[in-house]
Design a protein around this ligand. Structure first.
Ligand SMILES: [Zn+2]
Length: 434
């Protein structure tokens, strides 16, 4: 991957023709999240081709169809061409839930958990999210940015081209804003698209442990206004759970976010069920985890525009008994997305293909459903479905190339990385492919 080189090259990118793809997975179907049966229609084209100009997709079809394209015939000389035979092309993955700003893995927690301690017991003993705070508070912005950029580049090596990145390990006004500035700095060096989220409400920090409402006040009256004014975050997120923030506190934070015209999302139902009704009136773009969700709430979600973002990497790493009820959600008509939840405590996983594998084997999603969930529905969960998540005319030319014969193999060969390159904003990022 030559991400930095490509970042510079974007402004001068030549029109590009990808042709001869063994399979082209378009995920066509418009700028909306896919639900129910529509999640199983990946819009497959064999011997597929994509024509790209100005960073946008301008034509999609079979290689034969595109070779007849009048514009292409006229401009043939200045179009760069890539032979994609032996490759499966898909929309670049949209990883819509990551915690990328942290300084160190949590290896003591890892060993404790292997020895039998629970997530909550580890948090009680001073491990968990709180143990990452000192590292982030003490680190310079540039150092945090370098670590975030390294993670973004590794994600891209697995086919991810759009990444949501949360703050949430600083947990003070200064450290949260520093984390967001670090995301912005890393994003400026990254070839793909980064969507920043303020997660000041991850857990109350140790100094506010006995008076969490005071911390909520700081989030609402300082953190959110400052992040909004500096245009440092598109979303505000809250971890609504026992040991983190109550439903009432979550509502207060959502009110402040709405006042400052920021969109909202929440971690909910990871360890216990929370009734969703009072949160749904804020029209969150996405509710994430949902391992515990009641049947009535599933029906409400199906009627709403809210995307349910499932993060099976956390279930895998914490070895939970159950995963989120993906089948129930999809069959009810909920728009389901998949993400890595990349973070040092519960999901140190950068790979979307591995998330797809977990979705298929552990949550009984079909490979097609998993692909819809990790492309167009991930885009919908970031309010980006008009630009990202499918290979359709007018959309950003973000495409991942896999050395495979069949798209179902992406979820099948778990633990291996078959992504051989990406095209980002119309620019191919791997010389081996180009
Ligand atoms: Zn998370």
């Amino acid at each position: 991957m030559k991400a930095k080189k490509a970042k510079k090259a974007q402004s001068t990118a030549a029109p590009l023709l990808l042709y001869g793809a063994t399979q082209l997975v378009t995920m066509r179907g418009g700028n909306v999240a896919r639900r129910s049966a529509a999640m199983r229609d990946v819009g497959l084209i064999e011997d597929g081709a994509v024509l790209i100009s100005g960073g946008k997709i301008v034509a999609v079809g079979t290689t034969d169809e595109l070779h007849k394209d009048a514009w292409l015939k006229q401009n043939k000389r200045r179009v760069e061409e890539i032979d994609c035979s032996g490759l499966v092309l898909i929309p670049g993955f949209v990883d819509s839930h990551t915690h990328t700003v942290f300084t160190a893995p949590r290896l003591i927690d890892f060993e404790k958990r292997i020895a039998g301690a629970s997530y909550e017991e580890i948090a009680e003993a001073g491990g968990g999210i709180r143990s990452s705070i000192a590292g982030v508070r003490g680190a310079p912005e540039s150092g945090l940015a370098a670590l975030a950029l390294d993670a973004f580049d590794r994600m891209m090596e697995h086919g991810t081209t759009t990444i949501e990145a949360k703050s949430g390990y600083g947990l003070s006004v200064d450290a949260e804003l520093k984390s967001l500035r670090a995301i912005k700095l890393a994003a400026s060096e990254f070839a793909g698209t980064i969507v920043p989220t303020l997660l000041g409400a991850h857990v109350p920090p140790p100094e506010f442990r006995e008076r969490p409402d005071e911390y909520v006040k700081i989030i609402c009256e300082e953190m959110i206004p400052k992040a909004a004014r500096g245009k440092l975050a598109r979303f505000v997120d809250v971890f609504c759970e026992r040991g983190a923030f109550t439903l009432k506190q979550t509502e207060r934070i959502f009110e402040a976010a709405t006042e400052h015209k920021m969109r909202i999302r929440a971690h909910i139902g990871q360890l216990s069920e929370t009734k969703l009704a009072s949160l749904l009136r804020f029209q969150p773009v996405s509710l994430d985890h949902l391992d515990f969700v009641g049947d009535a709430d599933v029906r409400q979600l199906a009627k709403s525009e809210v995307v349910a973002t499932l993060v099976p990497g956390a279930n895998y790493f914490l070895a939970t008994e159950a995963y989120a009820p993906a089948r129930k959600l999809i069959d009810a008509g909920v728009a389901v997305a998949l993400a890595t939840d990349f973070n040092p405590g519960s999901s140190p996983m950068l790979s979307m293909p591995f998330a797809l594998s977990l979705a298929c084997t552990q949550m009984k999603m079909s490979p097609a459903e998993a692909l819809a969930a990790s492309t167009i529905n991930g885009a919908a969960s970031l309010a980006l479905a008009d630009r990202k998540g499918s290979i359709e005319v007018g959309k950003d030319a973000d495409i991942a190339l896999f050395e495979l014969d069949d798209y179902r193999e992406i979820a099948y060969w778990f633990g291996d990385n078959r992504c051989v390159g990406v095209v980002v904003n119309g620019v191919p990022l791997d010389d081996d492919v180009a």
